[in-house]
Design a protein around this ligand. Sequence first.
Ligand code: SAH
Length: 357
Amino acid sequence: MITAVDLANLDRPALEQALEERGHKRFHAGQIFRWLYRRGVTDFAAMTDLSHELRGTLARDFTLTTPEIVAREKSADGTEKFLLRLIDGRQLESVFIPDTPSMTFCISTQVGCAMACAFCLTGKMGLVRNLSAGEIAGQVRVLAGALDMLDKKFNIVLMGMGEPLHNYDETMRALRMLNDEHGLAISPKRVTLSTVGLLPALEKMAGEPLMPNLAISLHAPTDQLRGELVPLNKKYGVADIIDACRKFPLARRSRITFEYVLLAGVNDSAEDAKKLARLLTGVKSKVNLIPLNAAPGIPFERPSDEAIDRFAKVLADRGLIVSVRKSRGRDIRAACGQLIVEGQQKSAAQKLAVALR
Ligand code: SAH
């Protein structure tokens, strides 16, 4: 039995090959990409510059799946959260953040997440499954289409659900699909990949031809503290991560972002800030402080504004570039670490997280 190929999951070279195998010219792949990514057309019959014969082949041999919008919620600050349903019924969330100063899409790479960071609600779900490249790129197609932004410039942050380097191949393939000149042509400079620091994948990424900006979720300057917050630190420690960052091939003038979730009384002391500054000496870095987005079931608190300012000042006084992330969409649970989808996996932790919302 020949099963239909999901066209949405093909990069252009793969689509060219699939067309050629069926006796069609390779260049039609570019036309199809333009329909799909630039005009948001997912119905083969509507791709009117293709011959009837080619449209027939497409309808017969391919499917074209697109995540379906189940719910859309708008925050008082303009942030919009999309609940999307995938072909197997699994659901995920993607977020649109306007004016930061540019437009940003916060995209998921997995349903759930295996990393289980102590302060993150998504982590409570556990990993349900990886997304395919088509599903990762599909979120961008859907959001850009729904927001009438297919012809607009926007940034992408891989900071939704999941750990992108834990789904390495599909994430990188999605970036290639989104970068395609016949599609949305999104430059990797407009993409930021945020990772908890899966070292082998980080080292592999250093050799990628399409290199997004890198953000490292550090959250603590020592192994002792980081180990309590980020379970993966027991495998890949702070020194190894910083070492990999020092070696990372950065474009001129670009810097690695170090994300640091501030937790009251846990990692927000002046002493922690000094240690962090020392750790980052000589690294081409900028620090992004993220005051905790508190949630029921998360056993931490957000520091006071004074504590946040004090921490930032210690870093700035030592010559670091520091910003404090303004969390957007907290009223609709669209902010960092608040993405969670109910009813997919019946793990005790997830039930608890849902029950406590
Ligand atoms: N798995 C990737 C992407 C995660 S989301 C990573 O770990 O980098 C992006 C950022 O939000 C990460 O730095 C993550 O640690 C942070 N985050 C998670 N939960 C949070 C919370 N409750 N409040 C604030 N930031 C949070």
